[in-house]
Design a protein around this ligand. Structure first.
Ligand code: AMP
Length: 585
């Protein structure tokens, strides 16, 4: 079905920040964008200063910065002034623990206020903030802390007992574990600190670290097809892009109430769930609970949310619940709904219009880019199914690899190739931690290659086609098949494992594993359940396979690489394609 362009109004009650796309592209410069921030003396820059202190020291001191909505219905409010004090306290806690500049502070928690305070407090001290998904199992947690040589872990007593206690012994570099919870719960755990007690003992004044724009600030782990997870390194300069994309793509205005539904374990939950709205001095809603359509609608209505940033899986789950429920709620506060993380079906864009009176604005970016790169803007017509057009200040192109170390740009409209960006924007990752080689390989011929396949139409709109690699996107989570395969191989019954993303109408893809067994084992339902449970316990619900099947052999190339493409084609009943490299079986 061909989707009609959604034409945008030409007269606005509140004019979007970006009204003339072409003109803004022509005149935009990142140097100019930087001037919208305050900065620190001598050209220094600190994300937390721009997000918190500059408002707390100015006219927005009493403005609501964060409103936290707890799982059991409680609410906690933090003005910019209060947030400044709390984040100072946490920076003092880290100072007292002797943490040096550049050392890593890991956070493993759901959406609770302490997470936001710790993130910003760590940045104030010049330390590096590394979030983890609370749904990770012990193995992904251990691996990431170990790879980044994490010095401090902030988590809850419950998560510690369930997921961290068993891997502590293999993390000798992890010097301090700060537990959030009731005193009775925490006292019993040897070798840990009581987060709240340390906070209560810490002072409310802190001299913010005068970090350089290029100092490491954020470390976000992401997955590739092979090897260990990659730690994408971001620096304080990234805040220029957080601010600017908030202004241009999310159209932040001073009175806005913004709600980003993303988990802070994911880059969106940091760049837009924490930093971007605060740099604008607006109010951010933090909802602790998981998805529940009616509760979400109530939040939009009661909190008068004006800008809502969510993900395609959530949109599809809302679509499943239907529009009848929606009619009970008032969405008149909403000005913009945006979505990111996976392809947003054209139906979803149009459904937004029917359900909320606003189309859903898809936008595109990834962990490595640190901020939104391609977007559908308020003032520009939407082509449902398209990710939109590159941000002013961003040059995107479609390229084709020619040989090992060259690319050529595909200039004809509608032709598929790899999505690439010209390097140099402020939130571009500065490396993969301890893996210079992998980082270098991302840049060819003056382009950063994103690993996504896309097309550009004659009017400059970009259309997502798929991944160029075997990475899986399930409910917005990027999952490396290698991580799952490696874990399955640890089970005594498994000889070989191959993992693919299987299309799913709600989650986009679900993780499906194929295993072949060692001779002493027989495949049956009991073993299937055992393997599913084993993977879930070790990897956590986010990463573990939803389905496991047994195959006689996992197809491999002659050089021993798992042919996930073939597993997928067989699973979906598609043509098997070129099998010339398949090892004979
Ligand atoms: P992550 O680094 O986990 O945020 O995942 C980034 C990847 O998610 C991208 O490289 C894309 O494959 C996918 N992605 C993000 N946004 C979109 C979008 N709007 N449409 C299609 N895929 C997307």
């Amino acid at each position: 079905m061909a989707w009609k362009t959604i034409e945008k109004p030409r007269a606005w009650t509140l004019a979007p920040n970006l009204l003339d796309y072409e003109k803004t592209r022509e005149t935009f410069s990142w140097e100019e964008a930087r001037r919208a921030l305050d900065g620190l003396p001598d050209g220094r820059l600190n994300i937390a200063y721009e997000a918190v202190d500059r408002h707390a020291l100015g006219s927005r001191r009493d403005h609501l910065a964060l409103r936290w909505l707890g799982r059991s219905g409680e609410t906690r409010d933090f003005t910019y002034g209060e947030l400044a004090k709390q984040t100072n306290r946490f920076a003092n806690v880290l100072k007292k623990l002797g943490l040096a500049r550049g050392e890593r502070v890991f956070l493993l928690a759901g959406r609770i206020p302490e997470l936001y305070i710790s993130a910003l407090g760590a940045l104030k001290g010049g330390h590096v903030f590394c979030p983890l998904f609370s749904a990770f199992g012990p193995e992904p947690i251990r691996q990431r802390i170990s790879l980044a040589d994490g010095r401090v872990l902030v988590t809850t007593a419950a998560l510690f007992k369930r997921k961290v206690a068993e891997v502590c012994a293999s993390l000798p570099g992890l010097k301090h574990i700060l537990l959030i919870g009731e005193p009775g719960e925490i006292n019993a755990i040897a070798g840990t600190h009581d987060f709240r007690l340390l906070m209560a003992q810490a002072g409310e004044d802190f001299a913010i670290a005068s970090t350089q724009p290029e100092d490491l600030a954020l470390l976000h782990f992401t997955s590739g097809t092979t090897g260990t997870p990659k730690g994408a390194m971001h620096v304080h300069e990234a805040v220029v892009a957080h601010y600017m994309t908030g202004r241009i793509a999310l159209d932040f205005h001073p009175g806005d109430i913004f709600w980003c539904t993303a988990d802070p374990g994911w880059v969106t939950g940091t760049s837009y769930g924490i930093i971007a709205p605060l740099t604008h001095g607006i109010t951010s809603i933090v909802n602790e609970a998981d998805f529940d359509a009616e509760q979400w609608y109530r939040i939009v209505q009661e909190q008068r949310v004006s800008v809502w940033y969510t993900a395609p899986t959530a949109v599809r789950m809302m679509m499943k619940v239907g529009t009848d429920v929606i009619r009970k709620y008032d969405f008149s506060s909403l000005r913009l709904i945006a979505s990111v993380g996976e392809p947003l079906n054209p139906e979803g864009v149009v459904w937004g219009q029917k359900a909320f009176g606003l189309p859903i604005h898809d936008n595109w970016w990834q962990t490595e880019t640190g901020g939104i790169m391609i977007a559908n803007y308020l003032a520009l017509d939407i082509r449902p199914g398209s990710m939109g057009r590159p941000l002013p200040g961003i040059e995107a192109g479609i390229v084709r690899r020619v040989g090992d170390n060259a690319v050529e740009e595909v200039t004809q409209p509608g032709v598929e190739g790899e999505l690439a960006l010209r390097p140099g924007w402020p939130s571009m990752f500065r490396g993969y931690l301890n893996d210079e080689e992998r980082y270098r390989k991302c840049f060819i011929g003056g382009w950063y290659l994103t690993g996504d396949l896309a097309r550009r139409d004659a009017d400059g709109y970009f259309w997502f086609v798929g991944r160029a690699d075997d990475v899986i996107k399930s409910s917005g989570h990027l999952i490396g098949p290698f991580e799952v395969e490696s874990l399955l191989l640890e089970h005594p019954a498994v000889a070989e494992a191959g993992v693919i993303g299987k299309p799913d109408p709600v989650a986009g893809e679900v993780v499906k594993a194929f295993v072949s067994l060692k001779p002493a084992y027989t495949w049956n339902d009991k073993l299937r359940r055992e393997l599913l449970g084993f993977a879930r316990q070790r990897l956590g619900a986010v990463v573990a396979p939803r389905e496991i099947d047994c195959v006689a052999n996992v197809p491999k190339t002659r050089s021993g690489k798992i042919m996930r493409r073939l597993l997928k084609a067989r699973e979906l009943g598609l043509a098997e394609g070129d099998l010339s490299t398949l090892e004979s079986q």
